[in-house]
Design a protein. Structure first.
Lengths: 226, 128
């Protein structure tokens, strides 16, 4: 098991982000994290990334705490962490200095595949920045990729490029957890879909199994969360 | 979700691995794909269709089991020289006709009415 949550609750000052959730993530899986705003998707990803500590229960990543294993996991948050002065070459130096598992040649391939323009981040569109951030993320050789809304607020073409790159870069010994609102566009990518509602797992299913019952993931989303 | 061959997937229409199989059979029936030809690698096709590579692997292995494809070690997946192309073509035609026939029966059409309806639509398309 690559990661697991045992009876995890995360309480913020007044609200509960996650309520008594237990989940296991085996290696070699692409799991979609689906739910409305405030359903707990980001909380779950941040807990696995070690950016949040559970109020109760235990989060385990590679048989240890997420904090101890941060070098082996990759987290792409919603916040745009790029410096405005950075272009792709600066980003490459920055990442290579920070992470031993960052592959410069893979990064350059990704830049090409994602069609990232040679401009400073501040002169890029939101979609272009999203693509650059994804290239930075995927050029690392991690086993666990935690991607929080990598498709949010960017144009269709960028979303398609991002999904294609994700598919091409994904390796069987790694697991991707991806939260998104773009269910229809991303559903083909998922082995497994987790529907979150008010901090709980409302449904945990295999995407192909849903479709063989004649229900798309989108239709199931409406059924379960609508 | 289309390339030069016009792959078509619909998440509402059942498991994706099955639909990939149907696409391959349709390309063969139309002659857009021929015996001996190589298929894209699972990763490339997955990237293009933006689906999970496992799903493509699953589809290819089903097609292999049905005698349509063969895997050549280190080279990739190929359409078998003896792939039952005509059989698949007939099967696809029968399936399409059955879908229409079922709806025609539900509508209470006579055989003549059903055939006339198809003919009319096909003629109209040809005239476009």
């Amino acid at each position: 098991m690559l990661a697991r949550l045992d009876n995890v609750t995360k309480r913020y000052r007044t609200v509960e982000g996650l309520r008594d959730v237990s989940l296991e993530f085996p290696e070699g899986e692409v799991a979609g994290l689906l739910g409305l705003n405030g359903s707990g998707k980001s909380t779950l990803l941040k807990l696995l990334a070690g950016l949040l500590v559970p109020t109760a229960g235990r989060v385990t990543v590679f048989d240890g705490t997420p904090r101890r294993n941060r070098a082996r996991l990759v987290y792409l948050g919603e916040a745009d962490s790029l410096y405005g002065w950075m272009d792709a070459r600066d980003a490459e130096r920055f990442m290579a200095g920070l992470f031993a598992d960052f592959h410069r040649d893979r990064f350059r391939e990704l830049l090409q595949g994602l069609d990232v323009p040679p401009r400073k981040a501040k002169a890029m569109s939101k979609g272009e920045r999203g693509r650059l951030r994804l290239a930075m993320t995927l050029a690392r050789d991690a086993r666990l990729y935690l991607l929080d809304e990598p498709l949010a607020g960017i144009d269709l073409l960028s979303r398609e490029r991002i999904l294609s790159s994700l598919v091409r870069e994904w390796h069987k010994d790694s697991t991707i957890l991806l939260s998104t609102h773009e269910v229809a566009e991303a559903e083909g990518l998922f082995d497994r879909v987790l529907f979150l509602r008010e901090g709980r797992v409302a449904l945990d299913a295999r995407a192909e199994a849903l479709r063989s019952e004649g229900r798309s993931v989108v239709a199931t989303f409406r059924e379960v969360l609508g | 979700m289309t390339d030069r061959r016009g792959w078509f997937l619909d998440p509402e229409a059942g498991p994706i691995f099955q639909q990939i199989g149907d696409n391959v059979r349709r390309f063969l029936a139309r002659g857009d794909l021929r015996p001996g030809e190589k298929l894209p690698s699972a990763r490339d096709l997955a990237g293009e269709l933006r689906v999970n590579p496992n799903t493509v692997v699953h589809a290819y292995s089903e097609l292999e089991g049905q005698g349509v494809l063969e895997t050549r070690r280190g080279l990739g997946s190929f359409v078998r020289e003896d792939a039952p192309v005509e059989g698949m073509r007939q099967d696809l035609i029968r399936r399409a006709a059955s879908r229409f026939a079922e709806e025609a029966v539900r509508l209470g059409l006579s055989k003549g009415e059903a055939i006339a309806a198809v003919k009319e639509v096909l003629d109209a398309r040809a005239a476009r």
